[in-house]
Design a protein around this ligand. Sequence first.
Ligand code: NAD
Length: 462
Amino acid sequence: MKAHDGMYIAGAWRPASTGDTIPVVNPADEEVIAHVPAGTAEDVDAAVRAARAALPAWSATPPAERAVKIGAVRDGLIARKDEIAATVTAELGAPLPFSEAVHAGVPIMVAGSYADLAATYPFEEKVGNSTVYAEPVGVVGAITPWNYPLHQIVAKVAPALAAGCTVVLKPAEDTPLTAQLFAEITHEAGLPAGVFNLVTGLGPVAGQALAGHDDVDLVSFTGSTAVGKQIGATAGAAVKRVALELGGKSANVILPSADLAKAVNVGVANVMANSGQTCSAWTRMLVHTSRYEEAVELARKAAAKYGDRIGPVVSAKQQARVRGYIERGVEEGARLVAGGPEAPREQGYFVSPTVFADVTPGMTIAQEEIFGPVLSLIRYEDEADAETIANGTVYGLAGAVWAGDDAEAVAFARRLQTGQVDINGGSFNPLAPFGGYKQSGVGRELGAHGLAEYLQTKSLQF
Ligand code: NAD
């Protein structure tokens, strides 16, 4: 795969401060497919200076003109969607049809939504005797993970640009090629130099330098809770805005009146998609005791259908971590009904689609984010019990409720401590705010709520 050997700073590919590189590995065959530069604090500093220099002109650009540029980025994503899908498949391992539909498709929708929102958002409003202006926060440091590599970039960069902010992006070290492709697209779209900048590199080096940089006004981070806590503490100490999209352990609550086969099949598909590497995945399936064994059998059959069809997980490290959790589940007494800890192939970082029954709420696999194709079925006695179990983790990112009618499901969903709930299989909405309750994060992405994250208000009284 073609890779740039520099950083995209101030509108050009600049040599990195050192010759150190990071290998990019295809997780399906373990081949090194490229090397990208390992950025340092010096590279981050150059990128932040470029973003600061570009800020006055970009923030003063009328929103309608910013909307046109974001629209041009969206058009570039459309023009290069096949290349994007192939790149994500090469560095993340997702099967190509999934890369085409989701990894390339969703960012097009999200970029398009911000082209529309930049043109229509009320950046000025009257409140009594005041005029309230929504102004850009300033220079944004964006730190993104590898699991939805382009979506997570676009979900930060597009609203930041719509708000009038400038950006320095530090993408995940496992998936930097997608980020380089995105930088090319912003360049071709004619974004002014310095409005978007890219520094590839390791989290504890380049990521930490960006999160701690004095001249960054807002840090937007998606990734693990452990790193998120550290970034939140750094930002808090510097009195700096921070948005954190962290882990999840979402509950899929199937009420007794639900269409059980549909709820279980959609639930299994939700966990297996992207090889389980989805922060909002419904990794805990809660089933009433009266229908529990029926659900276990349906889940076993559904998981068996996946067989070899899911891709590998992203890296050897993630494979070891996921297999470790599966072993832990067996040790703690859960009943393995599909899959298991053995690697299904000799080559590539594959994990078998795995289903556990007889999982109790206190088990490690019911509490911690595994980030692999592993589903836990938990039994509940009544609605109060289901509510306690569903809300009984430190997380609260997403979830699902299934019932005979939407009103019954909605009544239960309102009792869940979580940022999103899909009712009877409701579909993804790129305009709905996405983000966590509790330790799943701080702040919201997507739609108008996602744009508001990058704004601060100024009130003028008359
Ligand atoms: P991570 O949190 O280590 O990495 C996410 C991003 O943060 C990457 O760009 C990384 O380079 C950067 N980073 C790492 N350490 C940093 C530091 N000290 N300062 C600043 N930036 C830093 O996540 P990971 O190791 O890639 O994955 C580990 C676990 O995180 C996964 O198993 C999963 O549970 C979780 N995860 C969650 C999401 C999500 O969308 N919520 C995404 C990816 C991973």
